[in-house]
Design a protein around this ligand. Structure first.
Ligand code: KIV
Ligand code: ZN
Length: 538
């Protein structure tokens, strides 16, 4: 038996990038991408990974199960509504984790009870009692959330929480679901719950704040000051609508101001923050605004003469933290074109990628192609290349080659050759509004798939003229009804099947075309999985 006393100032970080974050409009991660993010979250040292919502779709279930089986260290948690089917499915998905958790929720606000659940307070109490009891019978670690709590009657919420605790809930999470609370209100709400629910002190109290008024981090911090010791947050603050509390911001707030908060701290390895942020941005297609706190490109840049002068004399004049603390050493030159396989292996290990055998050969081939065209290969180039090369998803369609004729005098024309899932190569051509439009439509013609572009973006990996181009595409299938039944689980009526893809190359047209092929493959795989799924039981 451990004799260590629990650390009262330790704040647990519950990452919901793969659940609430994945609910952001336009984000559509496949199982391989979710697994890659989960491995990085484990390296980052988060305490809990909320891996998904297993009942939502077969793809969600498979991703949660893969994370539960393959990611070691953090608690692996799945979300379930307060009903037997959800909880059973959630348990199936997470049960093989080293430390599984079921997170179940039910609204306690009258707005939700009357208008969404079309139910009554009495029924809510019954639902919570039954579902927490069921979850507890399957899993020792059970979290309960009263959804929309901050707009609910605090006395009624307290009654519901007491029921959840009576049935064995280990964590009580208080969501500010619509991002409406102000910090002092949120803190007062938690303080009142502590007064009303005696047993709450025996459980872990958690915050879950949305950013509709830009207060998610401030509210989470107020919650921690009121006694919460778990914060639910997401990398880059992604999530429903305006998003969740940003993980990197709350972690660095607690890190930088520890001396002024009585030593509140987390177990996060802060030097992994920048890399986690870039990975999530790359795989979700969600750009990080340049002035984003902690991980934005300009978060540590000093532009004005007065600031530059001060920083040159002494960094503390205008800096409250060191860029290295969050892992932002972006411009270090790591390799040149004469570097060999062994040097690449060591550089990749420094970046946290243990690569050997075939994977190392593939990464080396790719590195040589780039090093021959670029003078310098930086740590960020290498990271972009290796995550691009070592992608794990099945490639249903692949780009063989393309020709694009672009001119200011004639409309651009593209021809592409693509290899399909059966290995056959087909060609397609299109004359478009621009070279990228032409190549995307040529790919549609070659694959015979009617896909529509929803989002497209190209970024430079580094700020130099010879930078690698990183393209990101979100598209949707034009006629999902042809591939997907209308009662398909995980789809709302009228919703279309979408796919996201990213790619890195020295040529931005090539990066764009490859990203489009990946998005198309992901959407087609999702449509087939949905079409094969059993009819929903809810
Ligand atoms: O915002 C919210 O209320 C949620 C719950 C499911 C915890 O995401
Ligand atoms: Zn939420």
């Amino acid at each position: 038996m451990s004799t260590a006393t629990p650390d009262a100032q330790r704040v647990q970080i519950f990452d919901t990038t793969l659940r609430d974050g994945e609910q952001s409009p336009g984000i559509s991660l496949n199982a391989g991408e979710k697994l890659e993010i989960a491995h990085q979250l484990a390296r980052l040292g988060v305490d809990v990974i909320e891996a998904g919502f297993p009942i939502a779709s077969p793809g969600d279930f498979a991703a949660v199960q893969a994370i539960a089986r393959q990611v070691h260290g953090p608690v692996i948690c799945g979300l379930a509504r307060a009903n037997a089917g959800d909880i059973e499915r959630c348990h199936e998905a997470i049960k093989d984790a080293e430390r599984p958790r079921i997170h179940t929720f039910c609204s306690t606000s009258d707005i939700h009870i009357e208008h969404q659940l079309r139910s009554t307070r009495e029924d809510v109490k019954g639902l919570v009692r039954a579902s927490v009891a069921q979850a507890k019978s399957l899993c020792a670690d059970v979290e309960f959330s009263p959804m929309d709590a901050t707009r609910a009657d605090v006395e009624f919420t307290a009654e519901v929480l007491q029921i959840a605790l009576d049935e064995g809930a280990t964590v009580i999470n208080v969501p500010d679901t619509v991002g409406y609370a102000m910090p002092q209100e949120y803190a007062a709400f938690l303080t009142r719950l502590y007064e009303l629910v005696g047993d709450l002190r025996g459980a872990t109290l958690s915050t879950h704040c949305h950013d509709d008024l830009g207060l998610a981090v401030a509210n989470s911090f107020a919650g921690v000051q009121a006694g919460a010791r778990q914060v639910e947050c997401a990398i880059n603050g992604i999530g429903e609508r305006a998003g969740n509390a940003s993980l990197e911001e709350i972690v660095m707030l607690l890190h930088v101001r520890a001396a002024h908060t009585g030593g509140l701290h987390t177990g996060v390895e802060t030097t992994e923050l920048a890399r986690s942020s870039r990975l999530v941005s790359r795989l979700t297609g969600y750009v990080i605004q340049p002035n984003k706190a902690i991980v934005g490109r300009n978060a540590f840049a000093h532009e004005s003469g007065i600031h530059q002068d001060g920083v040159l004399k002494d960094r503390s004049t205008f800096e409250i933290m060191d860029a290295r603390t969050v892992g932002l050493e972006v411009n270090a030159l790591v390799l040149g074109k004469h570097s060999g396989r062994a040097a690449l292996k060591v550089a990749l290990e420094d970046l946290g990628y243990a690569v050997d055998g075939q994977a190392l050969n593939a990464a080396f081939k790719r590195f040589k192609e780039v090093a021959d065209r670029k003078k310098t290969v930086t740590a960020m180039d290498l990271e972009a290349l290796v995550t691009d090369e070592l992608r794990t998803e099945a490639k249903a369609w692949e780009l063989e080659w393309f020709d694009v004729e672009a001119s200011t005098r004639r409309p651009p024309h593209a021809t592409v050759a693509v290899k399909g899932p059966d290995g056959a190569v087909t060609q397609g051509s299109f004359t478009g509004d621009g070279p990228v439009d032409a190549i995307f439509k040529a790919i549609n013609a070659a694959t015979g798939i009617d896909a529509r572009l929803r989002e497209f973006r190209v970024d430079a990996v580094t700020p130099y003229a010879d930078a690698l181009g990183e393209a990101s595409v979100v598209l949707e299938l034009g006629d999902p009804a042809a591939a997907v039944r209308t009662d398909t689980p995980g789809l709302l009526t009228g919703e279309r099947v979408s796919g996201a893809g990213q790619a890195v190359a020295t040529d931005i047209i090539e990066a764009a075309a490859t990203a489009y092929m990946r998005a198309l493959s992901s959407a087609v795989a999702k449509a087939s999985a949905l079409a094969a799924a059993p009819a929903p039981a809810w």
